[in-house]
Design a protein around this ligand. Structure first.
Ligand SMILES: *[C@@H]1O[C@H](CO)[C@@H](O)[C@H](O)[C@H]1NC(C)=O
Ligand SMILES: *[C@@H]1O[C@H](CO)[C@@H](O)[C@H](O)[C@H]1NC(C)=O
Ligand SMILES: *[C@@H]1O[C@H](CO)[C@@H](O)[C@H](O)[C@H]1NC(C)=O
Length: 809
């Protein structure tokens, strides 16, 4: 075997190419060459002529040519001049034979004349003309971070078109923390590599690695190709969601409107994708809180859904769970402090109340206890309670929020019967809230007011001879107390008037205060008296006051003038001696008369109504002085009689007459029989009739009495009664000022009074008896016997009053 080693210097001058052509003998055919691929055109592979031992001329002459079996390309040609086999086309072994180690090109050399066939075998030798090449420059690997140490990840095999030693010999991996490289041979040749995990990956630390992988062939010099391994660390759900805070503490004002965001919790999950998708929910929550708050599953926003009341609860503790896509969860606590808003007005409670309050409580008396509550807290809970100014009450703060309602002043039910006390409670919130409550407090009565008369004193004017039972005057006392404490009763304070109990004169209507006369008054008996009226209320104890009522009795003309002189009585007639020499105007005598009445009723006037010698005498109209009107002369009759009327000035006026006997003489011896001068008046007849009548009636009555007594005596035979009956007759002469009032003070229908003339000793000899009976009136002129205090005589006359002069002879 012959071997040639030739070096070609490429004309392009860039790369030095070393190759060699080896001729093998007789292995395939006649001629065999071994030559590197990629020889330049024109490069001589060998000299066929010489190698075959052929004549160079014969080659050209015999039209030598080569045919390549089964290929359109020829690659080589014979230079017919030199017999060299030259490269006609660049032979790319990799194209021609791929990865086959042996790459023969089989030619047939045909010579004509004579036909001669030689086989020429060109063995194409590989040249390291290809670098290893990875199918993709970027190798993408996704490795789960959970991959354990030692895990292997096959890598793309790099490809090198070259074969044999020029093929890939090794792989190199960029130095890194996590991976090493394991290189393996394929059973069918070639090498491949695997990434071996040397240290676990943490996606959360480094989620991507880029490693440079180099494939190196065995050429000389070696060629290499690189690829970048992009390792994407795939997430393993190895991370819990983590809340940004373990505890969220927030403050939320109560009454925050629905929708208010309370807090947004947020949890992050270092994982990726679904593993890192966090959703939120409440994990532990009270039913109440569940009604009040809601959480947004996605955003973690906790919002208010219902009205929150601080007073109900001031703190809510919720647990929020954050869960990632594959169910890993963690919890955080959310503490919501509800802050107070002043939304509760104070509430006033009346714990106790004295109602009604007696009006006599002393100032400072506690009448009620007030309690004020406010559901809010702190400042919103602080409050003060006041009442309005214009009432006599105040609030005294006591323990806590208790107040006592005390009086500040004396109460007077008579002034204010009730009070509306308005309590105002205000808290110290901002804005403050307040509430009011009104206590309607009544003041109860205490009998603290005595009855008070409307006037300091009363005067009553009653005309005498009034009708018994007629009202005299009326007093009124007021008592401002309540009900029986203010009910006034009137009464007369017992006393005596002229030694007679007052009740005989007056009575009072206890309810109305109207004072009535019990009997008729006689001005001539007394003109005035005072009575004390007591007004007493019905309280317990009762209060009373008294007032003086002065009763003035006014005069009526009920008394005729009474002549004192000349004495109208006696069996010897008074005669005035008139001196014969009496001159005109000289005072001769005087008629003296009195009238028990007063004033006009007692203003007397005198008048001569009849005289023996009219014109001789005059009488002073008011003085009663009888004077000579002219000088008395001898011719005048010695005996002069005058009838004088004395008249009072009442309405109507009453009058009395009297006779005056004048004897014009200087010597008493001259006086003739005085008896002749006895009654000659016109009216003396009437008086006589009356006397006769009275005497006959009296006689009849006495007879009647004696008869009755006699009858009684016959029945009882008791001498004492005879004596009683005997003294009953003079009892017609009643004691003065007699009045009969029965025990109850009511006015008797029948009454009597006697009136005395009080002028002079002589008047005691006679007496007027006046009797009056209304009952008797209807019966006409009757004799009436009254029973109570003995029997006496009533003489009545229908109509006018009747006066009787009883002469006691
Ligand atoms: C208090 O209030 C009541 C009812 O509102 C009323 O009838 C009464 O007259 C009031 N009293 C006073 C003293 O204002
Ligand atoms: C009258 O006053 C008394 C106390 O003096 C009292 O106890 C009583 O209740 C009062 N009566 C009325 C009706 O107010
Ligand atoms: C009448 O009233 C006066 C004072 O007003 C009093 O001093 C006197 O005691 C009273 N008299 C009677 C009997 O009550």
């Amino acid at each position: 075997m012959k071997m040639e080693l030739r070096f070609f210097l490429p004309t392009n001058g860039i790369i030095w190419v070393t190759f060699f052509v080896v001729r093998f003998c007789c292995s395939y055919g006649d001629l065999s060459y071994s030559l590197p691929e990629e020889m330049e055109r024109g490069a001589v592979v060998g000299n066929i002529a010489k190698d075959l031992g052929l004549d160079i001329k014969g080659i050209s002459r015999r039209n030598a040519r080569i045919n390549l079996k089964g290929s359109r390309k020829r690659f080589c040609e014979i230079n017919s001049q030199s017999g060299d086999l030259v490269i006609a086309d660049i032979i790319d072994r990799e194209e021609l034979c791929g990865s086959k180690v042996s790459c023969p090109l089989k030619y047939e050399l045909v010579l004509e004349n004579p036909l001669e066939l030689h086989r020429i075998l060109l063995q194409i030798q590989d040249v390291n003309d290809n670098s290893p090449r990875f199918p993709n420059h970027d190798i993408k690997l996704e490795i789960r971070e959970s991959a354990v140490k030692g895990a292997r990840f096959p890598l793309d095999e790099a490809h090198d078109s070259d074969v044999g030693r020029n093929g890939i010999q090794n792989y190199l991996l960029e130095k890194n923390q996590h991976f090493t490289l394991a290189v393996h041979s394929n059973p069918d040749g070639g090498k491949y590599s695997e990434l071996v995990l040397d240290k676990e990956l943490d996606r959360e630390q480094q989620h991507e690695l880029s490693l440079l992988l180099t494939a190196i062939d065995g050429g000389t010099p070696p060629r290499s190709g690189t690829a970048i391994i992009h390792v994407t660390v795939l997430d393993a759900n190895d991370n819990l969601p983590v809340f940004s805070q373990p505890v969220y503490r927030v403050s939320l004002p109560e009454n925050s409107p629905s929708g208010t965001v309370v807090v947004t919790v947020s949890a992050t999950d270092a994982d990726e994708g679904a593993n890192g998708e966090v959703t939120y929910e409440f994990s532990r929550i009270s039913d109440k809180a569940a009604m009040l708050f809601s959480i947004d599953r996605v955003t973690g926003e906790i919002t208010v859904t219902e009205q929150i009341d601080f007073e109900e609860r001031s703190e809510y503790e919720l647990r929020v769970q954050a869960k990632d896509g594959s169910g890993l969860a963690s919890n955080a606590k959310v503490i919501i402090d509800i802050s107070d808003v002043n939304d509760n007005a104070p509430i006033i409670h009346i714990k106790s109340l004295v109602n009604p309050v007696p009006e006599n409580v002393t100032p400072g008396t506690e009448v009620g206890i007030i309690n004020v509550q406010d559901d809010d807290s702190e400042g919103n809970r602080q409050m003060h309670c006041t009442i309005q100014q214009n009432v006599p009450f105040k609030l005294n703060p006591s323990i806590e929020n208790y107040y006592s309602l005390v009086t500040t002043d004396d109460l007077d039910r008579e002034q204010f019967t009730d009070y509306n006390i308005t309590l105002l409670a205000t808290d110290e919130g901002n804005p403050p809230l307040s509430s009011t409550k009104t206590i309607h407090l009544f003041i109860s009565d205490v009998n603290d007011n005595p009855p008070v008369f409307e006037e300091q004193s009363y005067s009553a004017y009653v005309s005498e001879n009034n009708k018994p039972g007629s009202s005299v005057c009326s007093v009124t006392a007021r008592d401002p107390d309540w009900r029986q404490n203010g009910t006034v009763f009137y009464s007369l304070l017992p006393s005596e008037v002229n030694g007679v109990p007052l009740s005989s004169y007056l009575s009072i209507n206890g309810d109305t205060g109207v004072i009535h006369a019990v009997r008729a008054f006689d001005y001539e008996q007394f003109r005035s008296f005072k009575v004390q009226v007591v007004a007493r209320d019905n309280g317990s104890p009762p209060l009373s006051s008294n007032v003086t009522v002065s009763v003035f009795i006014t005069d009526e003309n009920d008394n005729s003038p009474q002549i004192l002189y000349p004495t109208p009585e006696g069996n010897s007639f008074m005669t005035e001696m008139v001196p014969k020499a009496a001159l005109s105007g000289s005072l001769l005598s005087k008629v003296i008369a009195v009238d028990a009445d007063s004033g006009q009723n007692a203003w007397l006037s005198y008048q001569i109504i009849k005289s023996t010698d009219p014109g001789l005498f005059t009488i002073g109209v008011h003085s009663g002085e009888i004077r000579a009107q002219r000088d008395i002369s001898e011719s005048d009759s010695m005996k002069q009689n005058l009838v004088i009327s004395v008249k009072d000035n009442g309405q109507p006026s009453l009058s009395t007459t009297c006779a005056v006997y004048l004897l014009i003489s200087d010597n008493l011896a001259e006086v003739p029989e005085l008896k002749d001068m006895s009654y000659e008046e016109n009216n003396s007849k009437l008086t006589s009739y009356l006397i006769i009548a009275l005497v006959s009636v009296s006689t009849f009555f006495l007879t009647f009495i004696i008869l009755i007594i006699a009858v009684r005596l016959c029945h009882r035979r008791k001498p004492r009664l005879l004596f009683d009956g005997a003294v009953a007759i003079p009892s017609a002469y009643l004691p003065p000022n007699y009045a009969d009032v029965d025990g109850t003070g009511t006015l008797r229908s029948a009454y009597n009074y006697d009136a005395y003339m009080t002028t002079g000793s002589r008047t005691s000899d006679f007496k007027f008896v006046q009797s009056y009976s209304e009952d008797a009136l209807s019966a006409g002129n009757t004799l009436k016997k009254t029973h109570d205090n003995g029997d006496f005589l009533d003489l009545t006359d229908n109509g006018s009053k009747f006066s009787t002069l009883v002469n006691t002879f």
